[in-house]
Ligand binder design. Structure first.
Ligand SMILES: CC(C)(COP(=O)(O)OP(=O)(O)OC[C@H]1O[C@@H](n2cnc3c(N)ncnc32)[C@H](O)[C@@H]1OP(=O)(O)O)[C@@H](O)C(=O)NCCC(=O)NCCS
Length: 188
């Protein structure tokens, strides 16, 4: 699947994206992506090989003008009913978005996320899209708000991605944002 916007192409990853992805994943910008850290270009190549079979839900964000991969966006179908059995419809998605920090502040994340939401709602059967973001991640919160997502709650000491210097888990406060398909459609 390839999604095109005014300035961007969203497409599956290929092996030759390794150097561009290594550029932003050698030091993940936020704790929630700490486990995605790549320690070498070889690791990046291996990661691209894994990602290249993902053609529906995991996209490289590519600048049309230069062909450079400047970030990524992904979300997978989940059961919307937390207590549902295996027949519960998988109509809920939670996107992860990340840009190379040299390319933030230019509207690229919004452009990519807006097109991705359109794709999930109109082509992949999404009923609800929700996002978790750390309480200090104002850039991600602002993006959620510009996409029309409602702030649904603040979970105190919700999750830990990294340890404190003394080895104990470092818990973070997390906002949840969400938007329903009918809300997305009403915005048009
Ligand atoms: C979260 C993240 C993706 C947001 O990226 P971003 O570039 O700040 O987001 P946007 O695409 O909305 O662009 C932001 C600004 O670009 C500005 N901009 C500049 N030129 C623009 C243009 N031509 N068109 C549109 N906007 C433009 C906008 O005004 C906008 O500022 P505003 O929100 O004050 O109006 C980015 O900060 C990031 O990758 N962070 C690290 C990873 C992360 O935190 N992920 C989320 C974990 S929960």
């Amino acid at each position: 699947m390839i999604i095109e916007t005014e300035r961007l192409i969203l497409r599956p990853f290929v092996e030759s994206d390794a150097a561009d992805v290594y550029e932003y994943l050698k030091e993940p910008a936020v704790n929630c992506f700490a486990s995605m850290k790549l320690n070498s270009l070889d690791e990046a190549v291996a990661e691209m090989k894994k990602r290249s079979s993902e053609t529906e839900y995991y996209f490289a964000i590519v600048l049309k003008e230069t062909g450079k991969v400047i970030g990524e966006i992904d979300a997978y179908p989940e059961a919307g009913e937390p207590h549902g059995d295996e027949t519960a419809p998988k109509d809920t998605f939670s996107p992860c978005w990340m840009l190379n920090l040299n390319y933030t502040g230019k509207g690229y994340a919004f452009e990519a996320a807006h097109a991705f939401f359109d794709y999930l709602f109109n082509e992949k059967g999404a009923r609800r899209i929700y996002a978790y973001t750390e309480d200090y991640n104002t850039a991600s919160q602002r993006l959620c708000e510009k996409l029309g997502m409602r702030r649904e709650g603040l979970f105190l000491e919700f999750i830990s991605f990294v340890n404190n210097p003394d080895g104990t888990p470092h818990y973070e406060n997390t906002y949840e944002y969400a938007i329903l398909k009918r809300e997305w459609d009403d915005r048009k």
